[in-house]
Design a protein around this ligand. Structure first.
Ligand code: SF4
Length: 578
């Protein structure tokens, strides 16, 4: 926290007014998701649509940001235009650092600007600046210009949307400092509806550490764990893309719209293939000694003769899954071409990939014709997919306007629900491991694999013979503890470093005393708070639908039993009260 009192900046785009929002009593939440959820609860209009001007967006950092390694994330809370419900997303790079240096624990943005603007938030206060020259630009170009226009180099964070956010694509993302994103659930469309192209945050504050000796000791312990043990080694080495071939071997890699869970070309698009063929550097969020962000170089010929260009793109498991195996892509070059398009438009990669995979099968099944989409889609062929991505943003027809609202809405009107990889209105992440994964995605607060790691619980269950009750217990316990980590905005890759004991010591070193019981109670409180908010926004676990495709394709080598999943859902409902 930025002192004994929380500091919350309020910005009203309609009135172009700035203030400090009272946040007395919210110190209890330590920042992050707890603080953001409480602020959001007080401002959201549950009767109004997600893109209504009055709906708030809350950005927040955590109490340990910039003090300790890997406390690097910023959280965004908003009403999701994709699901209509709770929107929660995290992004790294320099956002948490910039919020700390600017002296804000959270920023609340409401209203809609009468013309495109961007916000410059710094030691001078807040400036509303014209984004007329930025509107229509892709994320890369907008970022390049903002870096030239704004001061604070090295200490600033630059959030911007691409054309997808401007055009209201329900799964538009927000680019954060080029290599990280508020990816899922459509924050890009929310900012676009507010006529807000970008937010640049920077500052120059410094902070005394109240317990320097204690601080040094726990800092060193965390640092050593991160760099001198193997706890985080996989993230630095091949990165999360190491999972591609591992999951395929296990029979858990969604492939060709989950018609298969093993991919015969997995080795060709594996983390090793990307690293050996194109990796040029690894970068890190500010304050992280791990550096898991892998940057590859896509070199291509754009005209006959010796006419080449190259572009640097980050890749990871989720990207290689959604724009790779799920679309049957057999080479890194093909995956890179799709990553580049998604990055420039400012789309969520997972939602885009799952939609493309469904469209491919829908055409093969005769649900959509070539003339409907303006192209013919085939797995392992990039051209049609690039055309569809372009049209999702341009929306030249009613069909594309519908598709731009996301897969769940599209199948309600078009059919093909039985092979649509949605859970809770959100497109599936890159694991097909079993019932805990499906349940975890369906009931998790943001329908993400990062809510409760159901995919890992499936793997432990299969090794240890856990029954349904044990799996449900693990899903709930994991989500509650992650709420605590997400109050502090700790990178979840570092969750094995930040045990409850380490979190307690780190907090104490910056002057915040919490017992283990108090931390656990905080996780529980936020779990309940989010569930209440989700219910108010329309979520009900009774309306969940699990497509037959999930049960037809083996997960970890065996079929998922629909009866077991239903049993787990009932147990979850009884215990979580949603
Ligand atoms: S491990 Fe990766 S995502 Fe996490 S803080 Fe470090 S660089 Fe960022």
């Amino acid at each position: 926290m930025n002192g004994p009192k929380l500091r919350v900046l309020q910005i009203d785009l309609t009135e172009r007014r700035v203030g400090v929002l009272p946040a007395d009593g919210l110190e209890h939440y330590l920042g992050g998701i707890g603080l953001a959820a409480k602020l959001f609860a007080g401002l959201v209009d549950v009767q109004a649509a997600p893109l209504d001007a009055h709906q708030p967006v809350v950005l927040a950092g955590g109490a340990l940001a910039a003090f300790f390694p890997m406390c690097t994330k910023g959280v965004a809370v908003f009403r999701s235009p994709l699901t209509g419900g709770w929107g929660e997303s995290y992004a790294g790079m320099r956002l948490a650092l910039a919020l700390r240096l600017a002296g804000w624990d959270a920023i609340v943005i409401t209203g809609r600007a009468d013309r495109p603007v961007y916000l410059s938030i710094g030691p001078h206060g807040v400036r509303f600046k014209s984004a007329a020259a930025l509107w229509g630009l892709d994320c890369e170009e907008a970022g390049r210009l903002l870096r030239q226009l704004e001061p604070g180099r090295g200490f600033r964070s630059c959030l911007r949307i691409g054309p997808a956010g401007e055009k209201g694509v329900a799964f538009a993302s927000v680019n954060v400092d080029t290599y990280r994103h508020f990816g899922r659930l459509g924050l890009g469309a929310v900012l676009g509806a507010k006529n807000l192209k970008a937010i640049v945050i920077y500052g120059d504050r410094d902070y005394p550490v109240p317990q320097p000796k204690q601080y040094r000791e726990i800092y060193d312990q965390i640092y050593r764990q991160a760099v001198r043990t193997d706890v985080m080694e996989k993230y630095h080495a091949l990165g999360t893309s190491v999972n591609v071939s591992v999951l395929s071997e296990l029979g858990a890699l969604p492939t060709r719209n989950l018609q298969q869970s093993t991919f015969e070309a997995a080795e060709r698009i594996s983390g090793r293939a990307f690293a050996e063929g194109s990796l040029v550097r690894k970068v890190a969020c500010a304050g992280c000694p791990v550096g898991c962000i892998h940057i590859g170089l896509r070199r291509r010929q754009f005209a006959p003769g010796y006419e080449y260009e190259s572009v640097a793109l980050s890749y990871d498991h989720e990207l290689i899954y959604a724009l790779g195996s799920l679309l049957g892509m057999s080479s890194p070059e093909k995956v890179y071409d799709l990553i580049e398009a998604v990055e420039l438009y400012g789309l969520d990669a997972i939602s885009a990939g799952v939609l493309l995979a469904w469209l491919t099968e829908a055409q093969q099944n005769g649900l959509l014709r070539e003339e409907d989409l303006g192209c013919w889609l085939e797995f392992d062929r990039v051209e049609g997919y690039l055309k569809v991505l372009e049209n999702l943003v341009e929306q030249p027809s009613e069909l594309y306007a519908l598709l731009a609202q996301g897969l769940a809405r599209a199948v309600e009107r078009l059919g093909g629900k039985e092979y649509a990889l949605c859970l809770g209105g959100h497109e599936m992440a890159g694991y097909h491991t079993g019932p805990a994964n499906l349940l975890g995605l369906a009931v998790g607060a943001r329908h993400s694999h990062l809510d409760n790691a159901g995919y890992a619980i499936d793997q432990k269950a299969s090794k240890n013979g856990w029954d349904s009750a044990r799996m449900v217990h693990e899903i709930m316990a994991e989500e509650k503890w992650r709420n605590v980590l997400n109050c502090l905005c700790i990178c979840l890759f570092a969750r094995e470093v930040y045990t409850p004991a380490v979190v307690q010591k780190a907090l104490a070193a910056v002057g915040i005393e919490r017992t283990g019981e108090e931390l656990m109670a905080l996780g529980e409180e936020i779990f309940q708070l989010k569930n209440r908010l989700r219910s108010q926004l329309g979520y009900s676990s009774e309306r969940l639908y699990f497509a037959p495709r999930y049960f037809a394709t083996p997960a970890l080598g065996r079929q998922i039993d629909p009866a077991q999943l239903q049993e787990m859902l009932e147990l979850y409902r009884q215990q979580a009260g949603v």
